[in-house]
Design a protein around this ligand. Sequence first.
Ligand SMILES: [Zn+2]
Length: 309
Amino acid sequence: MATVAVMGPAAALTIEFDFDDDGFFAPQDRRDLLQAAGDYVGGRLTDSLTVIDSSGPYDFFPGYSDPDAGFVYDAARTIPEDTLVIYTGGRDLSEGVAGEGGPGGYKTSPATQEWLNNASNRGQVGDTGLSSTSTDIGPWGGAIWFANDGINWHFDADPLSLEPFSGIDFFSVAIHEIAHVLGFGTAPSWNRLVGEDGFSGPQAVAAHGGDVALSGDDAHWQEGTRSTVAGTSQEAAMDPDINAGTRKFFTELDWAALADMGWEVQAPDGVAGVEISPVPLPASVWLMVTALAGLGMLGRRRSRNLTAA
Ligand SMILES: [Zn+2]
């Protein structure tokens, strides 16, 4: 939760994509659609995330899991305020997996404790890095990857309007994976709220009517979990899979979980006119959309050589 009063209207977060790609995102319309997914998610988040500044005496090297290369670090870079950076591209994923995503890690040059603390939580002081105590999250970003082969992708140039389609909806998979970058199923502030009966965050419990059962990985809602989008029932975006011919927006339950993890979630604005209607296509192709377990586990990787500075 923000602890500093912000003057004026709260600004949405910017989600910036860094393409480390083998061709999947060569068509500009695919990049535009991914940005639309980022804007859809970031547009309702109003946290004040501080800059992680590499322009001065200290350097921040974001790191992330790449299915092709393992865990890699980028060159030192500044993460602008109120901005998340997500590395992305097409990759050869396991059969039946449409996308993978999770938060990143990082290493730094030797720096002051204050600078290191800021790199860790970006001013979100409830982010302690520990699952026992974290009530908030202040990440720099992470990585999401999309299957090159074996998926009949549907790219919708206008994802906020809905027409019948076949194929696996790229927009739906993108927002699902972005949620993993935001810590859904992966962050200490998520883990703190996971118990034997599922997820017990108070806003999610209110939206669901009780603790929310989780899938076996404790990183998704139980398959088939439903909630609402603008009052209309929909399978939650953060259950483990997606049906062909289906668009899944974030439901009230999905947003509530992000709020429980410490994100400042504002009421819907630009999506007020969205109508969700059942798409009458056969439920024939179920494809897993899974969190990349290794990413979550690496979420706090860092390399610090502390010196007095
Ligand atoms: Zn997932």
